[in-house]
Design a protein around this ligand. Structure first.
Ligand SMILES: CC(=O)N[C@H]1[C@@H](OP(=O)(O)OP(=O)(O)OC[C@H]2O[C@@H](n3ccc(=O)[nH]c3=O)[C@H](O)[C@@H]2O)O[C@H](CO)[C@@H](O)[C@@H]1O
Length: 387
């Protein structure tokens, strides 16, 4: 029998990091032929992230002119991906997460009648519109996927009303961390009396006035003589230049270019405290036992908050300063958060995902099998034999 063809369509740095373990695992399986298609949503960060795993995109589509209005970008993405998928005629289209690339790829697959596998399915912020557009994107993709790979049992429980098959797999971001960990740089020796804070901030809901407020709070934190803040700047023009203009002159704030994935993981490992609005960092920080204050009012990753690794603090300046101060000044509060844990899986998500896909291929009656009723309950990790 010919190998089954899987095409992953991805466009941004976090998608590259989270699809890489699947691409690597697929290579080890003779029954599968995996192809990685880049949409061009974040070209530079995307290529660097993949290169860290020794892989590159098989096809590049350059479909998303960054300056075009979102509706035009989405239309261009969907049309271009559909034309490409039509040529490739895969047996399954994989999309990761909640970006516009993922949504456009899912729509393109639906338009061609191709089945979709959704990696990182079932994340919900509790608000249908926030974060925008990620929350509406992930809900739409979940609604049309044949296979839904939920990182946690809680994510699977959020999928009770979808038509596809749900498997609990862990998050491939933890696989990526497991793969990268042995090659991380040796930690620099700590400087006595100096606490290292790592900060990332790029989410849409933290831009504009709110970003000004967050910068003001970071300045106040940096005014303490016992801290040093490092901020890798996101290239988004609504973020990097604004932060640089407000914080670039502070002697205890170091603004740096985006870090490659390994350097970022090392920075997470070596930080005493992280402040961030990133999704992926909420998954990675617990693995290193580094406390994380999440600069958002809600999260689609409540597992890390429930386990005590992260704390949701929103974006009001006074609260940011107070919460950081509490962890810096209260050793008991700090120790309660500074414990390693793996609320998003043990780093074997790609294996589980590809096991489930191979079982599904084995069970699928036709190449373009359509959606079906769930054959699994939340918490199960595989479709039952013969499903
Ligand atoms: C809040 C939210 O909805 N976030 C979504 C967003 O990602 P997310 O908010 O995670 O996006 P980020 O740009 O923060 O990327 C995080 C990843 O990039 C790495 N990193 C970060 C900074 C840096 O300088 N260098 C670097 O390598 C981090 O270690 C992490 O692995 O898209 C992801 C992919 O669809 C989804 O999983 C997330 O749900």
């Amino acid at each position: 029998m010919r190998p089954r063809r899987i095409v992953s369509v991805v466009g941004t740095r976090p998608e590259a990091i989270k699809i890489a373990p699947i691409a690597l695992e697929a290579r080890r399986r003779p029954g599968l032929c995996h192809r990685l298609v880049a949409t061009g949503q974040h070209p530079a960060l995307f290529d660097d992230a993949l290169a860290g795993f020794g892989i590159a995109a098989d096809d590049r589509l350059h479909l998303a002119p960054p300056d075009a209005p979102r509706a035009d970008r989405l239309a261009a993405l969907e049309a271009g991906i559909a034309a490409h998928l039509h040529r490739l005629a895969p047996d399954l289209v994989l999309v990761q997460g909640d970006t516009d690339s993922a949504r456009a790829a899912a729509r393109a697959a639906v338009s061609l009648g191709l089945p979709i596998g959704h990696v990182e399915a079932g994340l919900r912020s509790g608000r249908p519109d926030r974060p925008w557009p990620e929350e509406p994107n992930r809900r739409e993709i979940d609604g049309c996927a044949a296979l839904l790979f939920a990182p946690t049992p809680g994510n699977a429980a959020n999928l009770a009303d979808v038509a596809g098959i749900v498997a609990v797999t862990g998050n491939t971001g933890i696989d990526a961390l497991r793969i990268a960990r042995p090659a991380l740089p040796v930690p620099a020796p700590p400087i006595p009396g100096l606490r290292q804070l790592l900060v990332t901030c790029h989410r849409r809901e933290n831009q504009g006035e709110r970003l000004h407020g967050i910068c003001a709070a970071l300045r106040r934190i940096a005014d303490r003589s016992d801290v040093r803040l490092t901020l890798p700047l996101h290239p988004n023009p609504a973020v990097g230049p604004v932060i640089a203009a407000r914080l670039g002159d502070h002697p205890r704030i170091r603004l740096v270019a985006p870090l490659d994935h390994r350097a970022m993981l090392a920075a997470i490992r070596d930080a005493d405290l992280i402040l961030s609005d990133s999704g992926g960092i909420q998954e990675e920080a617990p693995a290193f036992g580094t406390p994380l204050l999440v600069l958002r009012a809600e999260t689609e990753r409540p597992e890390a908050v429930a386990a005590g690794h992260c704390r949701l603090i929103g974006n009001r300046p006074d609260r940011i300063v107070a919460e950081a101060g509490r962890l810096l000044d209260d050793p008991a509060a700090y120790a309660a958060m500074a414990r390693p844990g793996l609320p998003f899986g043990a780093g074997d998500a790609a294996i589980k995902i590809l096991d489930a896909i191979e079982l599904w291929f084995g069970a699928a009656p036709g190449k373009h099998r359509q959606r079906r009723k769930p054959a699994m309950s939340p918490g199960e990790s595989r479709p039952p034999a013969g499903a």
